[in-house]
Design a binder for this molecule. Structure first.
Ligand SMILES: NC(=O)C1=CN([C@@H]2O[C@H](COP(=O)(O)OP(=O)(O)OC[C@H]3O[C@@H](n4cnc5c(N)ncnc54)[C@H](O)[C@@H]3O)[C@@H](O)[C@H]2O)C=CC1
Ligand SMILES: O=C(O)C1=NCCCC1
Length: 317
């Protein structure tokens, strides 16, 4: 593409692999940037963030974000394809593109898997920082796949739990997860056993029917609900959705995509950004649910961090 007045070709995009993303992205850098971006999003100032609800056709989603004041133009493309039995591929495959906001050329093509794992877990960790009870001792994780691992990593990096429990569809997969975590995780035989008495519960399953029931939950617990991102899928039952104070990453996203919200008729009380802006209270003393759908904004912030680090590293050599 010719840049106005120069008649030179735009540089070819750089390709940043999954291993490079893993070496460049750190939760300690990502979390404060995500907090800042979520707060900006909730102020709804279009010069700060324009991020529509994900646009989808069967098996494919597009997640664009424009941050004029920060000079960020970005989109994630994601595909939900069936995996072959035994495949190590994730259920969702994604790529993040960074574009030059002035000229529109693609500057970087970045593998989306590590970004998706880390930014989703970081958003859940932010919800827990804001909403979990003051003395949180027990963490329960339902599900043992890709998101379970990133959630375990960030929750044990930034909080200190006395006990971490996992439940999964099969005992073997929960045991593999516990082995991966160095054996520090108690494998539970049922979801109920895992969540009874837990202070923080993370649901990271591909369930389409509720796996977490309100009757099992300790009053005041915090739930980060990450799966069930389709309008007819559930992870949480009506009792929990109606009893809890429900927060979301984006109210528009939650109302369009979350079966737990749409089918239970629960109200979204506030976004995480509203708490960060001080415009809505964090009801730590009550049972709370953070309904996470995932935002293009989170990918954009993560990808910018990766690209900035990549450029700094590669300009020195
Ligand atoms: N909120 C967000 O930003 C994001 C949400 N997701 C969602 O999070 C969930 C987990 O994603 P990954 O860890 O990448 O998937 P994964 O395929 O790696 O792991 C899924 C886990 O769910 C379990 N599972 C599958 N069906 C189940 C059922 N019927 N009942 C109970 N457990 C079941 C599997 O055994 C496995 O442990 C998915 O629903 C995915 O769509 C994924 C990325 C971002
Ligand atoms: O935000 C994402 O990325 C995803 N959200 C819902 C499920 C698929 C991936």
């Amino acid at each position: 593409m010719d840049r106005p007045g120069t008649h030179t070709m735009a540089a070819a995009p750089v390709v940043i692999s999954q291993d490079e993303v893993r070496s460049l992205l750190r939760y300690r850098d990502l979390i404060p940037r995500l907090e800042d971006a979520l707060a900006k999003f909730s102020r709804r100032d279009s010069a700060d963030v324009i991020q529509p609800v994900r646009s989808t056709v069967p098996y494919f989603g597009l997640m664009p974000t424009y941050m004029e004041n920060d000079g960020v133009l970005c989109t994630k493309v994601l595909c939900f394809y069936k995996r072959q039995a035994g495949s190590a591929l994730p259920s969702v495959q994604s790529t993040v593109l960074i574009l030059d906001p002035e000229y529109g050329n693609v500057q970087a093509v970045i593998d989306g898997e590590v970004i998706t794992g880390m930014r989703t877990a970081a958003a859940s960790a932010i919800s827990a920082k804001l909403l979990m009870p003051a003395r949180a001792e027990v963490l329960a994780i339902l599900g043992s796949g890709h998101q379970a691992r990133s959630h375990y990593s960030v929750f044990t990096e930034i909080f200190t739990f006395k006990e971490v429990r996992v439940w999964s569809q099969t005992r073997a997969s929960a045991e593999r997860f516990s082995d991966w975590a160095g054996g520090a995780v108690r494998v539970c035989g049922s979801a109920e056993e895992a969540v009874r008495g837990a202070d923080v519960i993370v649901t990271v399953t591909r369930a389409t029917e509720p796996v977490l029931l309100g009757q099992w939950i300790k009053p005041g617990a915090h739930v980060a609900a990450v799966g069930a991102c389709r309008p007819d899928w559930r992870e949480l039952d009506d009792a929990l959705m109606k009893e809890a104070v429900v927060y979301a990453d984006s109210k528009e996203g939650a109302k369009a995509e979350s079966g737990d919200i749409i089918l239970s008729g629960a109200e979204v009380f506030a976004e995480l950004g509203d708490i960060l802006n001080g415009t809505s209270p964090a009801h730590r003393e009550k049972t709370t649910v953070f309904k996470s759908l995932g935002m293009g904004l989170e990918d954009a912030v993560s990808a910018k961090l990766v690209f900035d680090r990549w450029r700094a590293k590669n300009s020195q050599t």
